[in-house]
Design a protein around this ligand. Structure first.
Ligand code: DGL
Length: 247
Protein backbone atom coordinates (compact mmCIF):
# COMPACT_ATOMS: atom_id res chain seq x y z
CA UNK A 1 0.00 0.00 0.00
CA UNK A 2 1.18 3.46 -0.86
CA UNK A 3 0.26 6.52 1.23
CA UNK A 4 0.70 10.14 0.25
CA UNK A 5 1.16 12.50 3.19
CA UNK A 6 0.56 16.20 2.66
CA UNK A 7 1.53 19.07 4.92
CA UNK A 8 2.03 22.81 4.57
CA UNK A 9 5.73 22.31 5.31
CA UNK A 10 8.09 20.16 7.35
CA UNK A 11 5.80 19.62 10.37
CA UNK A 12 3.95 16.66 8.86
CA UNK A 13 7.12 14.63 9.40
CA UNK A 14 5.82 14.18 12.96
CA UNK A 15 2.95 12.19 11.43
CA UNK A 16 5.34 10.31 9.13
CA UNK A 17 7.37 9.35 12.21
CA UNK A 18 4.36 7.55 13.71
CA UNK A 19 3.53 5.88 10.37
CA UNK A 20 7.10 4.64 9.92
CA UNK A 21 7.22 3.28 13.46
CA UNK A 22 4.17 1.09 12.82
CA UNK A 23 5.23 0.01 9.29
CA UNK A 24 1.75 0.33 7.88
CA UNK A 25 2.73 1.25 4.33
CA UNK A 26 5.19 -0.10 1.76
CA UNK A 27 5.79 3.42 0.53
CA UNK A 28 5.10 6.96 1.75
CA UNK A 29 5.17 9.92 -0.62
CA UNK A 30 5.55 13.11 1.46
CA UNK A 31 4.71 16.46 -0.06
CA UNK A 32 5.42 19.66 1.88
CA UNK A 33 4.34 23.02 0.50
CA UNK A 34 7.47 24.74 1.80
CA UNK A 35 7.10 27.59 -0.70
CA UNK A 36 3.83 28.74 0.86
CA UNK A 37 4.02 27.68 4.52
CA UNK A 38 2.52 28.79 6.94
CA UNK A 39 -1.09 27.94 6.14
CA UNK A 40 -2.16 28.86 9.67
CA UNK A 41 -2.30 32.57 8.90
CA UNK A 42 -4.04 32.23 5.49
CA UNK A 43 -7.74 32.61 4.79
CA UNK A 44 -9.99 29.57 4.19
CA UNK A 45 -10.24 29.89 0.40
CA UNK A 46 -6.48 30.08 0.05
CA UNK A 47 -6.02 27.01 2.27
CA UNK A 48 -8.54 25.07 0.15
CA UNK A 49 -6.90 26.16 -3.12
CA UNK A 50 -3.39 25.23 -1.93
CA UNK A 51 -4.64 21.87 -0.66
CA UNK A 52 -6.29 21.05 -4.01
CA UNK A 53 -3.03 21.98 -5.76
CA UNK A 54 -1.20 19.59 -3.44
CA UNK A 55 -3.67 16.89 -4.46
CA UNK A 56 -2.81 17.55 -8.13
CA UNK A 57 0.85 16.88 -7.32
CA UNK A 58 0.00 13.75 -5.35
CA UNK A 59 -2.08 12.47 -8.30
CA UNK A 60 1.20 11.70 -10.09
CA UNK A 61 2.03 8.86 -7.72
CA UNK A 62 -0.79 6.36 -7.81
CA UNK A 63 -1.33 6.51 -4.05
CA UNK A 64 -3.91 4.35 -2.25
CA UNK A 65 -4.72 6.98 0.38
CA UNK A 66 -3.99 10.65 1.06
CA UNK A 67 -3.25 11.52 4.68
CA UNK A 68 -3.63 15.23 5.36
CA UNK A 69 -1.13 15.69 8.19
CA UNK A 70 -1.71 19.44 8.35
CA UNK A 71 -4.33 20.38 10.94
CA UNK A 72 -5.04 23.66 9.16
CA UNK A 73 -5.69 21.94 5.80
CA UNK A 74 -7.68 19.20 7.57
CA UNK A 75 -9.85 21.88 9.19
CA UNK A 76 -10.79 23.64 5.95
CA UNK A 77 -10.07 21.53 2.89
CA UNK A 78 -11.02 17.95 3.80
CA UNK A 79 -14.46 17.99 2.17
CA UNK A 80 -13.13 19.49 -1.08
CA UNK A 81 -10.24 17.03 -1.13
CA UNK A 82 -12.59 14.08 -0.56
CA UNK A 83 -14.88 15.26 -3.38
CA UNK A 84 -11.97 15.63 -5.80
CA UNK A 85 -9.61 12.74 -4.97
CA UNK A 86 -9.77 9.35 -6.69
CA UNK A 87 -8.73 7.63 -3.43
CA UNK A 88 -9.68 7.91 0.26
CA UNK A 89 -8.58 11.06 2.10
CA UNK A 90 -7.96 11.06 5.85
CA UNK A 91 -7.49 14.20 7.92
CA UNK A 92 -6.18 14.52 11.47
CA UNK A 93 -9.15 16.11 13.28
CA UNK A 94 -11.48 13.12 13.63
CA UNK A 95 -8.72 10.63 14.53
CA UNK A 96 -7.44 13.13 17.14
CA UNK A 97 -10.82 13.45 18.86
CA UNK A 98 -11.38 9.67 18.71
CA UNK A 99 -7.92 9.05 20.22
CA UNK A 100 -8.82 11.40 23.07
CA UNK A 101 -12.10 9.58 23.62
CA UNK A 102 -10.50 6.12 23.42
CA UNK A 103 -7.79 7.09 25.90
CA UNK A 104 -10.44 7.36 28.59
CA UNK A 105 -10.61 11.15 28.92
CA UNK A 106 -13.93 11.79 30.64
CA UNK A 107 -16.64 14.01 29.12
CA UNK A 108 -16.33 16.34 32.14
CA UNK A 109 -12.54 16.57 32.00
CA UNK A 110 -10.91 19.83 31.01
CA UNK A 111 -9.63 19.62 27.45
CA UNK A 112 -7.29 22.16 25.85
CA UNK A 113 -6.90 22.38 22.07
CA UNK A 114 -3.89 24.27 20.71
CA UNK A 115 -3.24 24.98 17.05
CA UNK A 116 -2.71 27.64 14.41
CA UNK A 117 -4.99 30.69 14.26
CA UNK A 118 -6.83 29.22 11.28
CA UNK A 119 -7.36 25.82 12.93
CA UNK A 120 -8.71 27.37 16.12
CA UNK A 121 -10.89 29.86 14.18
CA UNK A 122 -12.36 27.03 12.09
CA UNK A 123 -13.86 25.50 15.27
CA UNK A 124 -13.13 22.06 13.76
CA UNK A 125 -11.86 20.41 16.95
CA UNK A 126 -14.28 22.28 19.22
CA UNK A 127 -17.35 21.26 17.15
CA UNK A 128 -16.38 17.60 17.11
CA UNK A 129 -15.49 17.58 20.81
CA UNK A 130 -18.84 19.17 21.71
CA UNK A 131 -20.69 16.67 19.51
CA UNK A 132 -18.86 13.85 21.36
CA UNK A 133 -20.16 15.32 24.63
CA UNK A 134 -17.05 17.11 25.94
CA UNK A 135 -18.25 20.09 27.94
CA UNK A 136 -15.07 21.75 29.23
CA UNK A 137 -13.18 22.65 26.09
CA UNK A 138 -10.76 25.58 25.79
CA UNK A 139 -9.15 26.32 22.43
CA UNK A 140 -6.33 28.77 21.89
CA UNK A 141 -4.11 29.65 18.95
CA UNK A 142 -0.42 29.24 19.81
CA UNK A 143 1.38 30.17 16.57
CA UNK A 144 4.65 31.19 18.26
CA UNK A 145 5.36 27.53 18.97
CA UNK A 146 5.82 26.81 15.25
CA UNK A 147 8.96 28.93 14.68
CA UNK A 148 10.45 27.63 17.94
CA UNK A 149 10.24 24.07 16.65
CA UNK A 150 11.58 25.12 13.25
CA UNK A 151 14.59 26.61 15.09
CA UNK A 152 14.96 23.27 16.93
CA UNK A 153 14.24 24.94 20.28
CA UNK A 154 12.28 22.15 21.96
CA UNK A 155 12.79 23.03 25.64
CA UNK A 156 14.32 25.57 28.00
CA UNK A 157 13.85 29.20 28.96
CA UNK A 158 12.42 30.50 25.66
CA UNK A 159 9.85 27.70 25.45
CA UNK A 160 8.87 28.29 29.08
CA UNK A 161 8.46 32.00 28.42
CA UNK A 162 6.17 31.35 25.42
CA UNK A 163 4.18 28.82 27.48
CA UNK A 164 3.81 31.43 30.23
CA UNK A 165 2.56 33.94 27.65
CA UNK A 166 -0.10 31.55 26.31
CA UNK A 167 -0.96 29.36 29.29
CA UNK A 168 0.16 31.39 32.32
CA UNK A 169 -3.33 32.55 33.25
CA UNK A 170 -5.12 29.28 32.49
CA UNK A 171 -6.03 26.63 35.04
CA UNK A 172 -4.87 23.04 34.71
CA UNK A 173 -6.08 20.64 32.02
CA UNK A 174 -6.63 16.89 31.96
CA UNK A 175 -5.90 16.56 28.26
CA UNK A 176 -4.23 18.62 25.56
CA UNK A 177 -4.83 18.09 21.84
CA UNK A 178 -1.66 19.08 19.98
CA UNK A 179 -3.59 20.41 17.00
CA UNK A 180 -0.58 21.39 14.91
CA UNK A 181 1.99 19.18 13.21
CA UNK A 182 4.91 20.88 14.98
CA UNK A 183 3.78 20.47 18.57
CA UNK A 184 4.71 16.79 19.08
CA UNK A 185 8.34 17.95 18.87
CA UNK A 186 7.83 19.86 22.13
CA UNK A 187 5.60 17.25 23.77
CA UNK A 188 8.16 16.75 26.58
CA UNK A 189 7.93 20.44 27.53
CA UNK A 190 4.13 20.42 27.17
CA UNK A 191 3.89 17.33 29.42
CA UNK A 192 5.99 19.09 32.09
CA UNK A 193 3.99 22.29 31.88
CA UNK A 194 0.63 20.53 32.04
CA UNK A 195 1.70 18.08 34.77
CA UNK A 196 1.41 15.00 32.62
CA UNK A 197 -2.02 15.75 31.20
CA UNK A 198 -2.95 13.28 28.44
CA UNK A 199 -1.38 14.65 25.21
CA UNK A 200 -3.01 13.78 21.89
CA UNK A 201 -0.53 13.41 18.99
CA UNK A 202 -2.02 13.52 15.47
CA UNK A 203 0.43 10.94 14.10
CA UNK A 204 -0.33 8.37 16.78
CA UNK A 205 -4.04 9.16 16.43
CA UNK A 206 -3.91 8.49 12.66
CA UNK A 207 -2.11 5.18 13.25
CA UNK A 208 -4.70 4.19 15.87
CA UNK A 209 -7.51 5.14 13.47
CA UNK A 210 -6.03 3.13 10.59
CA UNK A 211 -5.32 0.12 12.82
CA UNK A 212 -8.91 0.19 14.10
CA UNK A 213 -10.16 -0.16 10.51
CA UNK A 214 -8.38 -3.53 10.52
CA UNK A 215 -7.56 -3.43 6.80
CA UNK A 216 -3.78 -3.06 6.99
CA UNK A 217 -1.32 -5.53 8.48
CA UNK A 218 2.21 -4.28 9.31
CA UNK A 219 4.59 -4.80 6.40
CA UNK A 220 7.67 -7.04 6.71
CA UNK A 221 10.48 -4.66 5.70
CA UNK A 222 11.05 -0.92 6.04
CA UNK A 223 8.69 1.66 4.54
CA UNK A 224 10.23 3.44 1.55
CA UNK A 225 10.00 7.22 2.11
CA UNK A 226 10.13 9.69 -0.77
CA UNK A 227 10.26 13.40 0.05
CA UNK A 228 8.97 16.20 -2.19
CA UNK A 229 8.50 19.93 -1.61
CA UNK A 230 7.24 22.92 -3.58
CA UNK A 231 10.65 24.49 -2.86
CA UNK A 232 13.77 23.82 -0.80
CA UNK A 233 13.46 20.04 -0.74
CA UNK A 234 16.98 19.91 0.73
CA UNK A 235 15.73 21.60 3.89
CA UNK A 236 12.92 19.06 4.13
CA UNK A 237 15.46 16.24 3.70
CA UNK A 238 17.76 17.69 6.38
CA UNK A 239 14.91 17.98 8.89
CA UNK A 240 13.71 14.48 7.98
CA UNK A 241 17.13 13.00 8.64
CA UNK A 242 17.18 14.64 12.10
CA UNK A 243 13.58 14.04 13.17
CA UNK A 244 13.27 10.59 11.68
CA UNK A 245 16.87 9.50 12.28
CA UNK A 246 17.31 8.68 8.60
CA UNK A 247 20.77 7.66 7.38
N1 DGL B 1 1.12 22.25 9.41
C1 DGL B 1 0.39 23.30 10.08
C2 DGL B 1 -0.71 22.66 10.95
O1 DGL B 1 -0.64 21.53 11.38
C3 DGL B 1 1.27 24.19 10.92
C4 DGL B 1 2.14 25.14 10.13
C5 DGL B 1 1.34 26.12 9.27
O2 DGL B 1 0.81 27.12 9.80
O3 DGL B 1 1.26 25.88 8.08
O4 DGL B 1 -1.71 23.31 11.19
Amino acid sequence: MKAAVFDSGIGGLSVVKSLLARRLFDEIIYYGDLARVPYGSKDPNTIIRYSLEALEFVNNFDADILIVACNTASSYALEELKKTARFPVLGVIEPGVLALKNSGVDKNDRVLVIGTKATINSDSYQRLLFSEGYKNVTAIATPLLVPLVEEKIFEGAIVDEVFKYYFGKLDGFDAVIMGCTHYPMISGSLANWFNNAKLVHSGDAIVEWIEKQGVLAPIKGETKLRLFASENVNHLKEVASQWLNLP
